[in-house]
Design a protein around this ligand. Sequence first.
Ligand SMILES: C[S@@+](CC[C@H](N)C(=O)[O-])C[C@H]1O[C@@H](n2cnc3c(N)ncnc32)[C@H](O)[C@@H]1O
Length: 260
Amino acid sequence: MEAGCPSPRVDAEWLLADVLGTTRTGLYVMERPLEEGELRRLRALVARRRTREPLAYVLGEWGFRRLTLTVDPRVLIPRPETEIVVERCLELLRPIEQPRVLDIGVGSGAIALAIADERSDASVVATDSSADALSVAEANKARLALNGRVELRHGDLVAGARGPFDLVVSNPPYVAPEDVERLPPEVLHEPFGALVGSGRQAEVAEAARAVLPPGGIVVLEVGDPQAPEVTAALYALGYGEIRTTPDLAGRERVVEGKAP
Ligand SMILES: C[S@@+](CC[C@H](N)C(=O)[O-])C[C@H]1O[C@@H](n2cnc3c(N)ncnc32)[C@H](O)[C@@H]1O
């Protein structure tokens, strides 16, 4: 509480459940004192959380749609709004058989691996300019047994991936540099290059045109006030049928369009 963590009780439950190898619900049916080793491990995890290290990094894993992904400070922690990005991709891919998908900026693998997991006939290529992030995505891909279905490539934007793709998706860095100081301390543990950027959705949309056939789809995550500017950028690049999708709080967080 005194460290300023917004939900200390919930965090403590997560950490204790981790130490005891159970779930938060499981804690309520356990009635025994902690053993010395368990107490020591719990104290070590709490000490990390007290420094405002994100809970996901302390636990070493985080849930994203149906998957549990390994996460550490080499990658952005997958967010709930990105689950809506995946939802939108799955909806758009529904009429397409054996779709080919490109995820630009794969990070932990969240979007690419969730699409491969939930569309068993999809083949997914995913890129990242961070070799560190790709190592995490590679480990998640192997652990989730999605090896044959997802190809990871190191490099900028499409990173030489050969199209055509039916859909290009990206959650690029979009926190404005001037907003960094206002972020909660947890966020500053995440990789700067995964968080901070401006105009990156337009860069992705421009690069995507080279690998999308006419009618191919681009799906982009955007920050809270950015949907109008990204919509305008897509129009300027010749995309049509542009549509936005809100998150559960009603904020427009996904912009999609069809290539010319
Ligand atoms: C906001 S994170 C998204 C990670 C993951 N897709 C997710 O949604 O949780 C952005 C990712 O894009 C990568 N990235 C930044 N610039 C890039 C570029 N020009 N080309 C490819 N990847 C880039 C970063 O390294 C980072 O992993």
